[in-house]
Design a protein around this ligand. Structure first.
Ligand code: F0G
Length: 346
């Protein structure tokens, strides 16, 4: 059905907004009792990797591209750590628009680049990080030739807020805690917008606490200011100068909660744990909130019995290199029963 039709009454659509869709939204809220019980909480995973291009970006991109079409635009542009570019490229392809994507050279997961290539985007890799790429596309979009579809485009957050609606619809109210990775800080701001609006129209009795998790090497919200050279294995959130700084800070102040940093090793361990104990393969950045919950639990600061939703923002298949690095070399044996038996014998 797609989020524009599903949540039409809650979105700023006009009769001229085309109701385009690639089937985004309606992603599963997966109960994760094995991890939850270890943490003493009721844990759910909002698996956004099930979206058409494998990340939450599709919710906002469908809205941004619909509005670009409504406004008569013929080309869109974005900077990206990978997922935004994959999503922009796909929706532009479906709509018949040009897509130009600017990415940090050498720091985009292979699957994401492959998507942008396949959907036919014009890809420019720059010798700089995401923050530098965003600064460039902001300039590029100034003269009106290109519509900027990064989350500084307000239609992106408008579409992304539908994830909060889905969480609330599935649980019957807001969870106690929403745990979410934070990079450019659009998504945490979009969830806040969604929960706020749902409460205003009487669908929620309460608002959740917002816990935003950043990689330790790219944690401007935790450090209290921009990070010049962000570094993390979670390339999706390798961002030092978040565009939605004010919105995200205001949301956390309003809802309660906070920002926390998690190390790369903890992120990779949590990614594996989510796969092995919940059957969900999410990309490294998406594991940050689960790594963070484990950290808070170890510090004794996670309330027992809390209903917690962790947003798993992207699909693990996008970053096969990260997964295989964790696996090490595969065992190879002769194609004989005895050899296979021996290989799997405890
Ligand atoms: N998780 C994933 C998988 C992402 O791709 C991103 C952002 C985030 C979390 C953080 O979301 O920026 O709204 O705070 N990816 C952007 C991109 C920057 O270009 O794909 P945020």
């Amino acid at each position: 059905m797609g989020v524009l039709s599903q949540y039409a009454e809650h979105l700023a659509l006009t009769e001229r907004t085309p109701r385009i869709t690639l089937g985004e939204g309606a992603t599963p809220l997966v109960a994760a009792p094995r991890i939850g019980s270890a943490l003493g909480i009721e844990l759910y995973l909002k698996f956004e990797g099930q979206n058409p291009t494998g990340s939450f970006k599709d919710r906002g991109m469908v809205m941004a591209v619909a509005k670009a079409l409504e406004d008569g635009s013929s080309a869109i542009v974005c900077a990206s750590t990978g997922n935004t570019s994959a999503s922009a490229a796909a929706y532009a392809a479906a709509a018949g628009l040009r897509a130009v994507v600017v990415v940090p050279a050498g720091h985009v997961a292979l699957g994401k680049l492959a998507q942008a290539v396949m959907y036919g985007a014009e890809i420019v890799a720059v010798e700089g990080n995401f923050d530098a790429a965003l600064a460039i596309v902001r300039e590029l979009a100034k003269d009106g030739e290109y519509t900027l579809v990064n989350s500084v485009n307000p239609w992106r957050l408008e579409g992304q807020k539908t994830a909060a609606f889905e969480v609330a619809d599935a649980l019957g109210d807001a969870p106690d805690i929403l745990a979410i990775p934070v990079g450019n800080a659009g998504n945490i701001s979009a969830y806040a917008k969604g929960f706020r609006e749902y409460r205003a129209c009487g669908r929620l009795a309460r608002l959740p606490q917002l816990l935003g998790f950043q990689a330790a090497g790219a944690a401007p919200f935790v450090q209290g200011g921009p990070v010049a050279s962000p570094e993390t294995v979670a390339t999706a959130i390798r961002i030092g100068r978040p565009a939605s700084w004010d919105l995200a800070r205001a949301a956390v102040a309003e809802f309660g909660g906070g920002f926390h940093a998690v190390g790369d090793d903890a992120i990779l361990a949590a990614q594996q744990r989510i796969a092995r104990d919940a059957g969900v393969f999410a990309e490294p950045a998406s594991a940050a909130p689960v790594a963070g919950l484990l950290q808070l639990h170890a510090a004794g600061s996670l309330r027992r019995g809390a209903v917690v939703v962790a947003v798993l923002t992207g699909n693990g298949l996008k970053d096969p290199d990260a997964a295989m690095r964790a696996a090490g070399a595969l065992r190879t044996v002769p194609a004989q029963l005895a050899a296979v038996r021996e290989a799997i014998a405890g």
